[in-house]
Design a protein around this ligand. Structure first.
Ligand code: FES
Ligand SMILES: [Fe+2]
Length: 380
């Protein structure tokens, strides 16, 4: 890979070294007990969907996932199929992926296309969603084509990500939503990163349990003990809030040597900053790039979707660099698919079927506590 230009912040360094030396972690003031119904009550779930997912800005994905004009990717979010594109003017668009003729899904997967032809009768749309072609056009000579484009959702691109509202009539104010978190995101220059791979998963469990799993390193020795776990000093993290969104500074194994004063500081190999942008975006920075993890509910209180996009810090310049980037992405994706998800599927049973009343979030899990605090705040 080309030379890494590090943007990893130094402001967690000394706090994290002190936590490693003293064998502790940033602590919340008290434990938090979350009623099991918060994970399994369909009415509560419907309220979360309406007040959080249908009325607040969500993340369509990293800008780097559709870097060039014509690039597109298709995702399901709740009960919507989204066609996310970059148009000829370079603007990101989030379109409803439903043909305006009779509703067929226009596109699937990801790729690059100047035109999207509906597989049913061949109506053709450009990456802005404009209807540009109708086979047998005389059959539709009365149709005002300007009213038959794909539905465009309110969309804005900022800080290396594409943000949108699921409600076509909504208005989006991403800076108000991000607050001080926007500047923290911008420090990384994510818009210049390069997409290595995309993985989509759907599995049992309430969406919050998956967000929780990306907000602590407490589980690493148990769930990831045979893979990525030894690279992390588990249960040892700084915690900071940015207007409700949060950042964990996780200690990597080499932080032990820096904390002991035997090596110089190297942010990439000693710290990993993990972010939660409420409600649907998690970031895990690695020495090579960043894992972008998008977590959304389904209409079913007990099923979750996850999209994992691996970004490298820069585009490869040779085939060999490309291969290295791909190989480097495997352990992170495998840890989610083969370790986190099967564990979360068992949590899904315990939270749905359990008679123990509450899940208990420790003082050592301030990120997990914050997820529940923010959801409660947004539900009012
Ligand atoms: S449904 Fe798309 S062209 Fe007919
Ligand atoms: Fe994990």
């Amino acid at each position: 890979m080309s030379e890494i230009t590090t943007a990893a912040p130094f402001d967690v360094r000394d706090r994290l070294a002190e936590l490693v030396r003293s064998g502790t972690t940033d602590l919340a003031p008290s434990i938090k007990q979350v009623p099991l119904d918060d994970y399994r009550d369909p009415e509560r779930h419907a309220e979360e969907i309406e007040k959080i997912f249908r009325s607040r800005p969500l993340c369509a994905g990293p800008s780097a996932a559709i870097a060039e004009a014509g690039d597109f990717t298709v995702r399901d979010v709740l009960d919507r199929s989204l066609l996310i594109t970059r148009d000829d003017a370079g603007e990101a668009q989030v379109l409803l992926n439903y043909c305006t003729h009779r509703g067929a899904l226009i596109a699937e997967g990801e790729g690059c296309a100047k035109r999207h032809a509906c597989p049913y009768h061949g109506w053709t749309f450009d990456p802005r969603g404009t209807l540009v072609g109708i086979p047998g056009a005389e059959g539709f000579d009365e149709l005002d084509r300007s009213t038959a484009g794909l539905v465009r959702l309110p969309t804005v691109e900022a800080h290396g990500f594409i943000w949108y509202m699921l409600d076509p009539k909504g208005t989006i104010d991403i800076e108000a939503d991000l607050g001080s978190f926007g500047a923290e995101l911008s420090r990384w220059g994510y818009d210049a990163f390069w997409k290595v791979s995309t993985m989509d998963l759907e599995f049992p469990g309430n969406w919050k349990t998956t967000v929780e799993a990306f907000s602590e390193t407490y589980h690493f020795p148990y769930v990831h003990g045979g893979s990525i776990g030894p690279g992390v000093v588990s249960n040892t993290s700084t915690f900071d809030l940015f207007d409700g969104h949060h950042r964990l500074g996780a200690a990597l194994a080499q932080m032990r040597d820096f904390a002991a004063g035997t090596i110089d500081f190297d942010p990439d190999w000693q710290t990993s900053l993990l972010y939660w942008k409420c409600p649907d975006l998690m970031l895990a920075n690695t020495p090579f790039g960043v894992e972008v993890v998008q977590i959304t509910p389904t209409l079913d209180v007990g099923r979750t979707r996850l999209r994992h996009t691996m970004l490298a810090r820069s585009a490869p310049t040779t085939d060999e660099e490309r291969e290295v980037a791909e190989v480097m992405s495997y352990p992170a994706a495998d840890a989610i698919r083969l370790e986190d998800v099967p564990t979360l599927a068992t949590c899904a049973r315990g939270l749905a079927e359990g008679e123990h009343g509450y899940a208990t979030i420790g003082r050592n899990e301030p990120g997990v506590q914050n997820i529940h605090n923010q959801v409660a705040r947004l539900l009012g």
